[in-house]
Ligand binder design. Structure first.
Ligand code: HSE
Length: 457
């Protein structure tokens, strides 16, 4: 029995997600109303061009270009227009007028989240954003509510479908990065300008959002260390396969303790990494996303599903809408974003992980001892070392690595060379970068062909 008044819902934006949200709300409105205990009335859809083609046909009379007036008439505003402005101003206006807001705008939350959450708290409204990271995957609510009594230690996320699709094609089909990107574009996964995806900006925004929730601390997106997939070569992917790994673009957010000061903080980073084929994340294929959470009491959890797509993401938005509507019916202030831990974001140099380093070296007496000495000088312990004859004609382009120089410039043409694949025990990024610098500068090393972090072991 519905006794509460109808709640007025305003939608800003009717792109692939917004149009699906409107269609589902119109189609299943009665069912959602019974779950909420109040009618959900879509009072309007604000767009720039009311005549534009939409993915689904919606009643014309709902469309308006007057977002400001629509906002003022609403109990709940759903912002799906994307971009920073005017989305930011519209959300602030909605919150200040007492409306709850549902958004999927990760760029806006990553850049201006603190301002928006404060605005919501001041008026007792709530900002919901399940669609902002991981599309259809429930991950915001589990981190905010289900794990609120636990201590999250680390999050390893495949949070960008385009790059996962590309790396998966390289792994499964042996494609080059260029061919895999062309396929991703042809299938509509990659945008015409794929920079945000392949350079890791999209994943870094999601990392900032997930880290804030998991560690109850503000994490500015600029503090997320970021490296995209454009340096990943077919040879690295092939070598990874032979060693029992798969290359994935990971968003990693973790608690870190500064080994010198003992200070506890957070580190957040996005980069390609080697993941053991036995790890659940290795089974995430195509454009799917997954977030692997390591929590102190709960142990390991994994959340998997569609990270994008209009219909799939609409599911997350409607879930938020139902939560916002239930809140109205129950009354009382919204749940404020928890930023109570105030953990500092530490430099990536403090992070400890394992590394796989591939070198081409002169195959001569004493070279292995020299290489081992360089690792030992920097306090980096070698876990495994594999030597093979270097290929006669080197097929691999030497990429400058995130750790600095790729080599001292010797071509190896004058020497018999060998390929060394070294996996280290856990070491700090700082020590590893110094090790790579010394390796690259040593005359016995023709080139440092690859440095990859090994995660999830
Ligand atoms: N471009 C994103 C991806 C989808 O490829 O996963 C939206 O976040």
């Amino acid at each position: 029995m519905i006794e509460y008044r109808n709640l007025k819902i305003a939608l800003l934006g009717a792109g692939s997600v917004g149009s699906r949200v409107a269609a589902l709300l119109l189609e299943h409105g009665d069912e959602l109303a019974s779950r909420v205990g109040a009618g959900l009335e879509l009072v309007g859809i604000a767009v720039r061009d009311v005549e534009a083609e939409r993915d689904v046909t919606l009643p014309k009379e709902l469309f308006t270009t007057d977002a400001e007036s629509l906002i003022l008439s609403a109990d709940i505003v759903i912002e799906l227009m994307g971009g920073i402005e005017p989305a930011r101003s519209y959300i602030l206006k909605s919150l200040n007028s007492g409306a709850d807001v549902v958004t999927g705008n990760k760029a806006l939350l990553a850049l201006h989240g603190t301002e928006l959450f404060e605005a919501a708290e001041q008026v007792g409204a709530q900002l919901f954003y399940e669609a902002a990271a991981g599309g259809a995957i429930p991950i915001i609510r589990p981190l905010r509510d289900s794990l609120a009594g636990d201590r999250v230690q680390r999050i390893l996320g495949i949070v960008n479908g385009t790059t996962n699709f590309i790396l998966d094609r390289m792994d499964v089909d042996g494609d080059t990065l260029e061919d895999a990107l062309a396929t991703a574009t042809a299938l509509g996964y990659a945008e015409a300008d794929p920079t945000a995806d392949i350079e890791g900006f999209d994943a870094a925004q999601k990392a900032a959002i997930l880290a804030r929730l998991a560690f109850h601390s503000a994490v500015p997106v600029e503090a997320v260390s970021r490296e995209g997939i454009t340096g990943v070569t077919a040879a690295q992917v092939e070598r990874a396969r032979r060693s029992g790994y798969v290359v994935k673009l990971l968003a990693i957010c973790e608690r870190v303790v500064d080994p010198v000061t003992g200070e506890e903080g957070i580190a957040a980073r996005v980069h390609p990494a080697l993941v053991s084929r036995l790890h659940p994340l290795a089974a995430v294929h195509g454009a799917k996303n997954a977030v692997f959470v390591e929590a102190e009491a709960a142990g390991d959890l994994m959340f998997y599903g569609a990270g994008a797509g209009g219909l799939e993401t609409a599911s997350a938005v409607l879930g938020d809408l139902v939560s916002a509507a239930r809140r109205h019916v129950a009354g009382g202030p919204g749940v404020a974003e928890s930023l109570t831990a105030h953990l500092p974001v530490l430099d990536i140099g403090k992070v400890q992980t394992r590394y796989q380093i591939t070198l081409e070296v002169v195959d001569a007496t004493g070279v292995l001892a020299t290489i081992a000495g360089i690792f030992s000088d920097h306090g980096v312990s070698v876990e495994t070392l594999e030597q093979s004859a270097a290929p006669a004609a080197r097929p691999e382009t030497v990429q400058p690595t995130a750790f600095g120089a790729a080599g001292h410039g010797a071509t190896g043409a004058d020497h018999i060379t060998a390929t060394l694949v070294i996996v280290t025990h856990r070491a700090s990024e700082k020590s590893l970068a110094a090790t790579v610098g010394s390796l690259a500068a040593n005359p016995a090393v023709s080139s440092v062909t690859s440095v990859m972090r090994v995660e999830g072991a």
